[in-house]
Design a protein around this ligand. Structure first.
Ligand SMILES: [Zn+2]
Ligand SMILES: [Zn+2]
Length: 388
């Protein structure tokens, strides 16, 4: 592996920063301590400008070198999850019910490590924006940064993101051109019938039977309606209704998640869930309200930028350890909004801990990967903005 020597020298510091973030997790839009530390470090490293308070707790650092007018953005996320940590590590969360179970502590640290190196060496020509976004987990902190003028205030032509991937070994990367992660939507069906005696179904209108039929019928959307060469998921994850043995309830509720890549498939899922809900409701004399809420769009990597990202990764870990055509995953990512606005690429970096997956209470970011990720960021900048 070709870890940048100077970044190798930061390993102890980076490990200490990462563990400090891990011990003090903060949920989305509450990253006050984390963002204060980030801003303070960027100033200490010699960044020209450090902007805080973007999307509540977001931070953007500006670093310039040479006379070039090109500008790129590198993005890390800072938020933790509402999970009780069970990793057993010494630096475990000290806040009950909150933990860094997705490795955003590591992401923040790696971008800080790269920022320190880039500020020291300035071996590039142009402007680098380091973007520390709040609230990646479900709350759309990245989208809010865009709404607050991220790209107008910091006019970058490309934007890059990285996520640790525990299943892959440390010192490996995986990326692809095209959809990398899915669109994530949610749906809620509210069924209203006529409650009554469990022994007299003829004078009730039963929302439970209707709910059961709707759950099964929703499973035909992917199998019967979606083009078989496209990918989609419809998962019903909640069914609620009733609370007695001998009472037909008045209402029932069904909820779940949809994942897709293609906009046409996404539209189809919404249309079919709505139609199935209404049609079965009508057939079984139960009113059905369907609410379909669109969440993060698909994360779509552009082709040229993904090749450049893979080249930068290969410079660090060797070509043999870079998967340039990894299959997409059905998870979703807030970075999708930035990639809707600018070309760029979102890459997975090996975390070497398959036994403790993302969002599990056993998860802990692997500190061995810190210098790998920071070296990737640094090489990416040196490649994209080559010094004259
Ligand atoms: Zn996550
Ligand atoms: Zn994450």
């Amino acid at each position: 592996m070709a870890i940048i020597n100077r970044i190798g020298e930061f390993h102890r510091d980076m490990t200490a920063w990462r563990r400090d973030f891990h011990t003090h997790p903060e949920l989305g839009f509450e990253e006050h301590r984390t963002s204060a530390i980030v801003a303070e470090k960027l100033k200490t490293f010699g960044f020209e400008e450090v902007h805080t308070g973007i999307a509540k707790t977001g931070v953007v650092g500006v670093l310039r070198a040479g006379s070039g007018s090109r500008a790129i953005g590198l993005r890390a996320d800072m938020d933790a999850l509402p999970i009780s940590e069970a990793s057993g590590v010494e630096h475990a969360s000290q806040t009950a019910g909150k933990m860094h179970a997705c490795g955003h502590d590591g992401h923040t640290t790696m971008l800080l490590g790269a920022a320190r190196y880039l500020a020291e060496t300035r071996n590039f020509d142009g402007t680098v924006y380091v973007i520390f976004q709040p609230a990646e987990e479900m709350l759309g902190g990245g989208r809010l940064m865009l709404e607050e003028g991220l790209l107008e205030r910091f006019p970058m032509s490309q934007v890059y993101g990285l996520h640790n991937w525990p299943k892959l070994p440390v010192g490996s990367f995986a990326v692809r051109s095209g959809p990398m992660m899915a669109a994530a939507d949610r749906f809620t069906l509210t069924l209203r019938g006529q409650g009554g005696h469990g022994a007299m179904p003829d004078i009730a209108r039963d929302p439970v039977v209707a709910a059961a039929q709707i759950v099964m019928a929703l499973q035909t959307i992917v199998s019967r309606n979606v083009d078989p060469v496209q990918q989609a998921v419809v998962s019903v994850t909640q069914v609620h209704g009733g609370d007695a043995y001998n009472v037909i309830p008045q209402t029932a509720m069904i909820a779940g998640t949809c994942r897709s890549f293609a906009p046409a498939v996404r539209d189809l899922l919404e249309r079919r869930i709505t139609a199935i809900g209404h049609a079965i409701g009508e057939a079984l004399q139960v009113e059905v309200d369907v609410a379909y809420e669109r969440g993060y769009p698909p994360t779509v990597n552009s082709e040229a930028e993904s090749a450049l990202a893979a080249d930068a990764a290969a410079e660090v870990v060797g070509e043999a350890r870079v998967d340039r055509a990894t299959p997409p995953v059905m998870g979703a990512e807030d970075f999708a909004y930035m990639l809707e606005q600018r070309p760029g690429s979102y890459i997975f970096m090996g975390g070497g801990r398959p036994e403790a997956p993302l969002h599990s209470p056993q998860y802990d970011f692997n500190d061995e990967a810190l210098t790998v990720g920071a070296s990737y960021w640094a090489r990416l900048v040196e490649r994209l903005l080559p010094a004259g």
